[in-house]
Design a protein around this ligand. Structure first.
Ligand SMILES: [Zn+2]
Length: 447
């Protein structure tokens, strides 16, 4: 069947010869494959009126928790808190956070498809749980899904590094794990820290020695970055840095970049890792330092993990930091567990509030990162769903990035000390639709 989408604005800045802002044109496909415009006079079997609409490639979310044991645990923990899903209603911003922070698989699929997304990656597939993670993602119907295999806290890898085994041995192990788990990339969460937590370590910086293996997170990062590169995975090592959420953790984040030793590295939910410890609250923005580090290190990409105000639930393999966060749980209950010695898991419900200085500054830091990294192919749109907020906030977030006046209105509503401490008010930049297409489509496709 030959179909023609007539008269929409086609935006694909990655296409050869693409004009800024795209152009209004017809788009043809036959039996599910795009084709060149046929000879004039050809009549399509189906015509779709696209006038007034924008057409982009399908969106790709490279970090969203849509499958696996942690998501299920969070739904079980919060079953009595979940309001009924209001299918017919569309939410934005805070409302989305309060109503839809952990949708079911079918609602997840329909919300992503509504937003023009076609592909999603679960970033924390614990190897022994890979089968169930893929089974759960298969329920997210209509989306292409994939996963990143979690390594770097498993005893096998830590022992191989501690025993100074040759890189080829480690490469073979990493390749086997990626193959066995049917994943497309490798993720490391708080390198070595989740394992060290089991030996009663409660803090771990990039150069801290593991209490049992004697190796450091920096060694784990370097070894895994190299393995991922040498076995030929396209996506760089996906890194949740040490010291998540800790004031002053920008130093750990910069040390993580140094540890990669020039190998490609992707820093995930970078907002949670861009904190200084200055000012009266001993909590400040270091977004500018991270943006400068990106400029100086072309091997680095990041996604933001923007927060949204309202209720959500944090689900992380980072048992060390979820153990600290359990005291902040709202409602006051949480789950922490070990998973077959391969990783950990912490589920902590959480409410981001505008009246809180720290939450307000976290919100501003995320937007600063989006706006200070001037290359939209190296910074990706995520809320680390559902950790910073639900993915359903993306349209609202895109509006904040493309409209400075909306940003100023939102800035006036957050904690006034946080607004004053942030440099957001002085940033004029507005994303174009080309920038949005690069950030959410072509750039995640290429990595
Ligand atoms: Zn995450």
């Amino acid at each position: 069947m030959l179909t023609c989408l007539q008269g929409s604005r086609l935006i694909d800045p990655s296409a050869p010869g693409a004009k800024p802002g795209g152009e209004v044109a017809d788009l043809w496909w036959r039996d599910g494959r795009f084709v060149s415009a046929p000879e004039s006079g050809t009549v399509a079997d189906q015509i779709i009126d696209g006038s007034g609409c924008i057409t982009m490639a399908g969106g790709i979310d490279l970090h969203t928790h849509i499958g696996g044991g942690k998501v299920t645990l969070a739904r079980m923990l919060l079953g009595d808190q979940m309001p009924p899903w209001r299918e017919a209603t569309r939410f934005a911003g805070e409302d989305a956070a309060s109503c839809e922070f952990l949708p079911s698989a079918s609602v997840t699929a329909s919300r992503y498809l509504d937003m023009g997304y076609t592909t999603c990656f679960e970033p924390a597939v614990i190897p022994c749980n890979a089968r169930s993670a893929h089974a759960e993602m298969a329920d997210v119907r209509g989306l292409d899904t994939g996963g990143y295999c979690l390594l770097g806290n498993d005893d096998v890898l830590l022992r191989l590094i501690a025993d100074d085994e040759p890189q080829e041995v480690i490469n073979a192990y990493v390749a086997w794990m990626v193959q066995a788990t049917r994943c497309i990339a490798v993720k490391v969460v708080n390198p070595g820290g989740i394992n060290a937590f089991k030996f009663n370590q409660r803090e771990m910086d990039v150069d801290t020695q593991h209490p049992k293996y004697g190796i450091t997170p920096g060694q784990i990062i370097r070894t895994l970055c190299r393995a991922v590169s040498e076995i030929g995975l396209r996506h760089p090592l996906h890194v949740h840095c040490s010291n998540l959420g800790v004031p002053g953790n920008i130093e750990s984040t910069l040390a993580t970049i140094r540890a990669a030793d020039g190998y490609p590295i992707h820093l995930t939910h970078a907002q949670f890792h861009s904190y200084g410890a200055e000012g009266p609250y001993k909590f400040s923005s270091s977004a500018a330092k991270l943006a400068d580090a990106l400029k100086a290190n072309p091997n680095v990409t990041l996604d933001v993990g923007q927060i949204q105000f309202g209720q959500t639930v944090t689900i992380s393999a980072d048992a060390m930091h979820q153990y600290d966060n359990r005291n902040l749980a709202k409602p006051r209950k949480s789950v922490l567990l070990d998973i077959e010695c391969e990783a950990g898991c912490g589920v902590v419900p959480f409410k981001y509030a505008r009246r809180e200085f720290v939450h307000s500054l976290q919100w501003a830091i995320g937007l600063e990162l989006f706006l200070m990294v001037d290359d939209p192919s190296r910074v990706f749109l995520t809320t680390d769903h559902p950790n910073g907020g639900p993915f359903t906030a993306y349209p609202h977030l895109i509006a904040l990035l493309t409209d400075r006046s909306l940003r100023e209105t939102a800035l006036a509503e957050i904690h006034s000390d946080a607004a004053a401490a942030s440099s957001l008010a002085g940033i004029d930049r507005e994303y174009s639709l080309d920038d949005i297409a690069v950030m959410t489509r072509s750039a995640p496709a290429s990595i």
